[in-house]
Design a binder for this molecule. Structure first.
Ligand SMILES: C[S@@+](CC[C@H](N)C(=O)[O-])C[C@H]1O[C@@H](n2cnc3c(N)ncnc32)[C@H](O)[C@@H]1O
Length: 358
């Protein structure tokens, strides 16, 4: 199978298509916002309902609360963007329009981009200079988005969690077998978030004890979720801030699990966290990491999604982390003293699972 990195080795556009694409980049915020408006005002739905026959601007207008002018500028933008075609004055939905309307990944990415990142991304250049998430100021005075998460407006939280969970949910059932291969009695989930992974482990094994370590805001959500599902007697909770190098990890766990966690940290911070994992694990313990590595994707578009997500970390999350390249990332794991047992790529939508021993 072709490695995704090979797809980035050649400039495949001729001069004409390159110039066209450059305009799409130059107008990217217009493309994004008008596509979102066409979706949110129900215009794409109305056009989809009209099927292959299509529908006139006048008829679309009569079914929305927008003025004729607003409907017209959106429809004409939809043509240029490629969401719509027009035939004899009637608008018809394209395949791209269909994906904007129905594709779960597109919806998660679009809502995350708008609700969490859009305003803050304006200050990307400042973040690149300062190494701080300057865009996060739009939500208040926070050091990282993870401290802020529990306090963000509800629609912003919803879009953040939908984005995060969209990517991890498909992978969790696939990796359960791999994680339980060594028959761990106790697993520590660092960055356990809402307790989603812990719940999957409780259902998979009738005896496993799960530890969840996270910042206080997320830990409280996890506590509630685990209690609601009746597993509190098999759960242990640890309030930690792993940005504090002096914050140790609890001992007594056979496996330390981290999913979409280490990408929230810079290279030095990753090594520091992994060294603390090393210190906390018994000699036969394992650390198992689930991460999206951009160069290990099957499709160029998956790599694109991850390369763009890196800029969320720059502008909004913490200013210094990213979705890593496999070579850089595995180097950090080795630097912390771990040895690779195995790495399995192409899990779920975009993940690699790395199993390491002391
Ligand atoms: C991107 S989420 C991943 C959640 C979950 N593991 C998953 O795969 O869906 C990262 C998690 O790491 C936690 N986190 C971020 N910074 C942290 C820190 N300094 N100390 C402890 N946890 C932190 C966040 O609160 C969040 O729950």
């Amino acid at each position: 199978m072709q490695e995704v990195i090979e797809m980035f080795q050649k400039d495949t556009r001729n001069a004409m298509s390159a110039k066209v694409y450059a305009q799409q980049i130059a107008f990217a915020p217009f493309v994004f916002q008008s596509s979102r408006a066409l979706r949110n005002f129900g215009i794409l739905n109305i056009i989809e309902d009209s099927g292959e026959l299509g529908i006139t601007a006048k008829d679309i207008h009569s079914r929305t609360k927008l003025s004729e002018y607003s409907v017209r500028v959106l429809l004409e933008a939809g043509l240029g963007i490629g969401l719509l075609t027009i035939d004899d004055g009637k608008y018809i939905l394209t395949r791209t329009g269909y994906f904007i309307l129905h594709d779960k990944m597109t919806i998660a990415n679009m809502d995350f981009t708008h609700d969490v990142c859009y305003k803050g991304l304006f200050d990307l250049d400042k973040s690149l200079m300062s190494g701080k998430p300057e865009g996060l100021k739009v939500f208040g005075d926070w050091k990282t988005i993870y401290e802020a998460l529990a306090h963000l407006p509800e629609h912003v939280r919803t879009s953040w969690f939908a984005f995060d969970h969209y990517y991890s949910s498909d992978s969790f059932p696939v990796v359960l077998e791999h994680v339980f291969k060594s028959k761990p009695k106790k697993i520590l989930d660092i960055g356990g978030n809402t307790g989603k992974w812990a719940l999957q482990c409780f259902s998979h094994s009738p005896t496993v004890i799960m530890g969840i370590a996270d910042l206080p805001g997320q830990l409280n959500v996890a506590k509630q979720t685990i209690a609601t599902n009746g597993f509190t007697n098999r759960a242990e909770f640890f309030e930690v801030d792993l940005l504090d190098e002096k914050c140790p990890l609890p001992t007594g766990f056979d496996v330390i699990w981290m999913s979409q966690f280490l990408d929230c940290f810079s290279e030095d911070e990753i090594v520091s966290i992994l060294k603390r994992c090393y210190a906390a694990l018994p000699d036969n313990g394992q650390v198992i990491i689930l991460e999206p590595l951009w160069d290990k994707q099957t499709y160029e578009v998956s790599a694109f999604c991850l390369q763009m997500t890196s800029l969320y970390f720059t502008a909004m999350a913490n200013g210094n982390s990213q979705m890593y390249h496999s070579e850089l990332f595995t180097g950090l794991i080795r630097k912390a003293g771990f040895t690779f047992i195995e790495r399995i790529d192409r899990i779920g939508i975009c993940h690699s699972m790395m199993k390491c021993s002391k």
